[in-house]
Design a protein around this ligand. Structure first.
Ligand code: KG4
Ligand code: ZN
Length: 335
């Protein structure tokens, strides 16, 4: 039985997972605290994590109907993420583990998104191709075994969700912008504006979203406030179509390059309806299995961290007391 803690960004999360089964998965969202700033303020996130970490862990244990006596290991996100936010989660995990002399399992957050697919019911077995798109990262992961993933391509600049959030802000929508932008786009014409599908001619599997975001910023500048107000839905629809187009065209290209039989989506942007539909159509056309985990497991959560921890090496007490957090992916723990 694993108690996992995830604080890499702006959600304070704790979960209890037994085998591959989720006993509890508590997420305390800080969206309201960051909304007034139109984006995540790292220091505000750290301070909220400090206040929320202990009660969220208590809630996770309570909802699971277990106590720390039942917990066999503590897992925690070690990176990548906001360093102050990560340190709060890591310190909490170390304190709980050390008090009980339990092993600590540091987890790579991105591997957590991949490992969301291993949770019950109907876990997906490797090999599969996984597209992870969230507010902080965008990557295509080739998954060969439960223990890790190969990065086949990643964003060279903004993350997909970050672009959704920034464009939503240009259009006067709240934070986080993805869901609101999707709703607005439903009323718009995706072909009304000509927008660049970035990296279309690039033969690699990397992504880029900053050009698209800048194109939208210029369009908004040229339209002026009244023009933007009038054409908001068309702008949202055009942006969404271009972003989804890039994500699916890179996924298609990755499928052509490997003998994949299954595809999985992860990260908050996997909640996007048109992206889900496009990937579903692609998989159906090619006879591939598509795994869409429930939305609560797509966005940041601690159950996915526990899931990754099941297949990751642990550190014994007191070895982990000196273990640090990483703003980029943590180096592998020697097995
Ligand atoms: O995985 P996540 O909860 O946190 C990070 O690791 O970043 O992802 C949050 C991101 C935000 O950028 C949010 O705007 C985006 O996921 N998102 C969406 C949708 N729902 C959430 N983007 C597009 N369409 C959606 N329906
Ligand atoms: Zn994430």
């Amino acid at each position: 039985m694993i108690l996992a803690i995830e604080t890499s960004c702006d959600d304070t999360c704790a979960a209890v997972v037994d085998g591959g089964e989720i006993l509890s998965n508590v997420i305390s969202s800080q969206d309201a605290a960051h909304a007034e700033f139109g984006g995540i303020v790292p220091e505000v996130a750290s301070r909220h994590h400090l206040e929320l970490a202990a009660p969220v862990v208590q809630a996770a244990l309570g909802e699971a109907g277990v106590t720390l006596d039942d917990v066999e290991a503590v897992a925690v996100t070690a990176g990548p993420g906001l360093i102050g936010a990560l340190l709060v989660g890591l310190s909490t995990a170390k304190a709980i583990a050390a008090a009980r002399r339990l092993p600590l399992i540091p987890v790579d957050h991105l591997q957590g998104h991949v490992a969301a697919n291993y949770l019950a019911p109907e876990p997906l077995e490797p090999p599969f191709l996984c597209l992870v798109a969230s507010g902080g990262h965008t990557l295509l992961a080739g998954v060969h075994d439960h223990g890790g993933h190969e990065v086949l391509g990643q964003t060279l600049d903004d993350a997909a969700g970050e672009a959704f959030d920034k464009v939503a802000r240009l259009l006067g929508l709240g934070f986080p912008g993805g869901p609101a932008l999707q709703r607005l786009a439903e009323e718009g014409d995706p072909t009304a504006f000509e927008l660049p599908v970035a990296m279309a001619r690039d033969p690699g599997l990397d992504f880029s979203f900053s050009g698209l975001k800048t194109a939208l910023a210029y369009l908004c500048r040229d339209l002026g406030p009244e023009g933007v107000a009038e054409r908001r839905a068309d702008l949202a629809a055009g942006f969404q179509a271009a972003a989804v187009g890039q994500l699916t065209s890179k996924l298609k290209r990755a499928l052509q390059r490997g003998d994949w039989k299954a595809v999985a989506l992860g990260g908050g942007v996997a909640a996007n309806g048109p992206l889900r539909e496009a990937v579903a159509a692609l998989c159906e056309e090619r006879g591939l299995r598509l795994k869409l985990v429930p939305l609560k497991l797509c966005t940041d959560n601690a159950a996915m961290i526990a899931s990754a921890a099941r297949f990751a090496p642990s550190l014994a007490y007191p070895e982990y007391l000196a273990y640090d957090a990483f703003s980029s992916s943590p180096p592998p723990v020697p097995a």
